[in-house]
Design a protein around this ligand. Structure first.
Ligand code: OAD
Length: 239
């Protein structure tokens, strides 16, 4: 396929759609998380200041739900790509779940943070976390009862943007998987990569808001599209 030859460097961006077949609600689908909850209540610093119990309980519930889901073939296919692709690969996810890691990926950049991480508002140190926060447990480092979910809220800066933009500038191929293209800066990555000369591919259930920015778009469930695409990349390498 036209996108495959001479690919040395790939940047992949994933969103909630890659975890949908595992049973995690996406944000903007009918009945999705942002229909069940108001964004400004549970995903902003102001909402947290107003009602910390509500916010801590919301993320406790989402963290707890991770124990009931498993990675799907799309997560596993990206782990296979990481193991077998000979070139440079940066996997960036907007997801705060741990399904890429549990699917076997070694290195994933969580630009919107992680449910299984706590950020202490006193000492500002992050700690691995798999319990609740609504009961105000002490920070493992400084012991202050000042933990918040280590997730990026609206109005806050996503993590490791310098590393992401540096990779977008040198990528031969940018692939967006299971994201609506509704939230910046992630929604702008396709244009950054394309302007710097990368080929661009969308793999999503349906055309995203930014679908027209991609050289190629394939539509269907990630559990089908991603393993198929990974086999093309790896087959193209060895074939
Ligand atoms: P969205 O809920 O906005 O979009 C999910 C996308 O996945 C949609 O385009 C769906 O069509 C697609 N999709 C659903 N099921 C799929 C499947 N089985 N296979 C492939 N695609 C599927 O979620 P995100 O784009 O991840 O940020 O949302 C971006 C950010 O908005 C999130 O990280 C979160 C949210 O507000 C913060 O909380 C800061």
């Amino acid at each position: 396929m036209a996108l495959m030859p001479d690919i040395q460097s790939i940047v992949i961006l994933t969103g909630a759609g890659i975890s949908a077949e595992s049973g995690i609600d996406t944000f903007r689908s009918a009945g999705g998380l942002w229909e069940q909850h108001k964004v400004e209540d549970v995903a902003t610093p102001e909402g947290f200041a107003r009602d910390p119990d509500l916010v801590l309980g919301f993320y406790d519930m989402r963290r707890e739900a991770l124990s009931k889901v498993e990675p799907n073939p799309a997560h596993r296919a990206l782990a296979k790509l990481e193991r077998e692709f000979a070139g440079e690969l940066l996997l960036v996810t907007q997801n705060v779940d741990d399904l890429h890691e549990r699917g076997g990926v070694e290195d994933v950049l969580h630009m919107h943070g992680q449910l299984k991480s706590a950020l202490c508002l006193s000492c500002e140190i992050r700690s691995p976390w798999d319990r609740t926060m609504f009961d105000r447990p002490p920070c493992p480092v400084c012991k202050a009862p000042s933990l918040r979910p280590d997730v990026v809220w609206f109005g806050e800066m996503p993590y490791q943007m310098d590393r992401i933009y540096a990779s977008l500038l040198t990528a031969d191929l940018f692939v967006s998987i299971g994201t609506s293209g509704a939230v910046y800066p992630a929604a702008g990555f396709v244009q950054e990569a394309r302007a710097a000369g990368a080929k661009t591919l969308e793999l999503n259930l349906e055309p995203s808001e930014g679908s027209h920015h991609f050289h190629e778009a394939r539509h269907g469930p990630a559990g089908d599209l991603v393993p198929q695409w990974v086999d093309e990349v790896l087959g193209g390498e060895t074939g």
